[in-house]
Unconditional design. Structure first.
Length: 319
C-alpha cells in the first residue's frame, strides 16, 4: 500500500454543504473517524455506511475543472435513475429509504482475478480522489459535479483482464423490493452499460463513491457508480453490482431501448444531433431559467485526454 497524501479537498466546496447529520449517522461517522486515527492510510480507502458522512483521505485531482460546481441541492434533486421513477424529482423522493448495504460487487468474465466482493473490500485497495467534472446529459442539460471516486483504470488493472477482454460491462442492482421503478418496464432491467477496455483504462474514468466530500447519496447511485465525463450522462451507471470483462460489445440499456437515438459510444458531440433535438448547446442547471444556453464542447471539453481513443472511428456512425 502506498502512503497517501493528506486530505486535500478545497474547503470552500465542502463546508457549506455538510450541516445535516442525524444522530445515528453522526455516531457512526464518529466511530469511523475514531478508527481513522489508528491509520486510515494503512487500511486503505474506507467509505462509511452513514448518510452524508465525510470521506477521509481524499486527495485533489489534476483533472478537476475550475468551473464553479453546481449546488448540492441541484445535484441531488434533479436526477435520472429510472429504478426509482422516471421523473427528475423521483429519485430524490423515492430513494431516501434505500439501504445501500449490505452490498456486493461481482467481477467475472475474462479476468484472472474474479469473485464476489463486499463493497468495502472492493474499494479498499484504491485511493480516493476528488474529481470536479463537467457532466453533460443527452437531454441537453449540464452540471459541474465534485465527485469523489477511485480510478477505474486502477480497478481494471487490479482484476487482471486477459487478452480476450475487449470490453467492461456493468449492471445495476435489480431488486424490486428496494427499487419501486423496477415494477414498470420503462427499460429492460437490469440497467446495463459498457465501455471498451481502452475507455475504461483512460485516466478520466472513475467509479464514484462520494459527492462534495461526503458519502454518495442514494439518488446519485450509492454506494458506487460510473462517471465518464466525456460521454452523455446515461453511460454513468448507478448502483453497480456487477462488472464483467467481455470479448464482445456488451448490451447497453438505452441502446437496446432506442438504438437509433442512443449508441454504444455516446461521446458528447455537438456535431451529431439526437434524432429529436440538437446537441449543439446545453442548459447549465442552476444558471436560472432565463440564462442563455452555452455551446457544447466536443468530448464535453475533454478531447485532449480522450480524442486519441477514437481517431480511427467514424463518430457519425458510431454515436
Ligand atoms: N442504474 C441507472 N443508472 C443511471 C440511470 C438510470 O436510470 N439507472 N440514468 C442515467 C442517466 S440518463 C443520467 S443523465 C445519469 C444522471 O446521474 P446524476 O443523477 O447523478 O446526475 O445517471 C445515469 N445512470
Ligand atoms: Mo441522461
Amino acid at each position: 500500500m502506498l502512503i497517501k497524501k493528506p486530505a486535500d479537498i478545497r474547503p470552500s466546496e465542502i463546508t457549506s454543504q455538510s450541516n445535516y447529520c442525524n444522530r445515528r449517522d453522526f455516531l457512526r461517522a464518529g466511530a469511523i473517524a475514531g478508527g481513522s486515527l489508528l491509520g486510515a492510510n494503512a487500511l486503505g480507502a474506507v467509505v462509511p455506511d452513514a448518510r452524508r458522512a465525510k470521506l477521509a483521505d481524499v486527495r485533489a485531482s489534476e483533472f478537476s475543472t475550475d468551473e464553479t460546481p453546481n449546488s448540492y441541492e441541484d445535484i441531488t434533486t434533479y436526477n435520472n435513475y429510472y429504478e426509482f421513477g422516471t421523473g427528475k424529482a423521483d429519485p430524490f423522493e423515492n430513494a431516501q429509504d434505500f439501504e445501500p448495504r449490505p452490498w456486493t460487487i461481482t467481477v467475472d468474465g475474462h479476468a484472472e482475478k474474479k469473485g464476489t466482493f463486499d463493497f468495502d473490500d472492493f474499494i479498499k485497495p484504491f485511493d480516493l480522489e476528488e474529481r470536479i467534472y463537467r457532466m453533460r446529459c443527452v437531454e441537453a442539460w449540464s452540471m459541474v459535479i465534485p465527485w469523489v471516486g477511485i480510478s477505474l483504470a486502477e480497478v481494471v488493472k487490479h482484476f487482471k483482464p486477459t487478452s480476450k477482454a475487449k470490453y467492461v460491462a456493468f449492471e445495476t442492482l435489480n431488486d424490486r423490493s428496494r427499487m419501486p421503478g423496477l415494477r414498470r418496464r420503462s427499460l429492460d432491467w437490469p440497467y446495463r452499460e459498457g465501455l471498451t477496455i481502452a475507455e475504461a483504462t483512460n485516466p478520466l474514468a472513475i467509479l464514484a463513491v462520494g459527492l462534495y466530500g461526503e458519502v454518495l447519496p442514494n439518488q446519485n447511485g450509492a454506494p458506487i457508480r460510473l462517471v465518464v465525463p466525456w460521454k452523455y450522462g446515461f453511460k454513468g451507471i448507478k448502483g453497480i453490482v456487477r462488472m464483467r470483462f467481455t470479448e464482445r460489445q456488451p448490451d447497453c440499456s438505452w441502446n437496446m431501448a432506442q438504438p437509433r437515438e442512443y449508441g454504444f459510444y455516446a461521446n458528447v458531440n455537438p456535431d451529431v444531433d439526437h434524432p429529436r433535438w440538437s446537441q449543439a448547446r446545453e442548459r447549465r442547471i442552476g444558471a436560472g431559467l432565463f440564462a442563455s444556453k452555452q455551446p457544447t464542447l466536443m468530448f464535453n471539453g475533454y478531447g485532449e485526454q480522450v480524442a486519441h481513443l477514437y481517431k480511427d472511428l467514424d463518430l457519425r456512425r458510431n454515436y
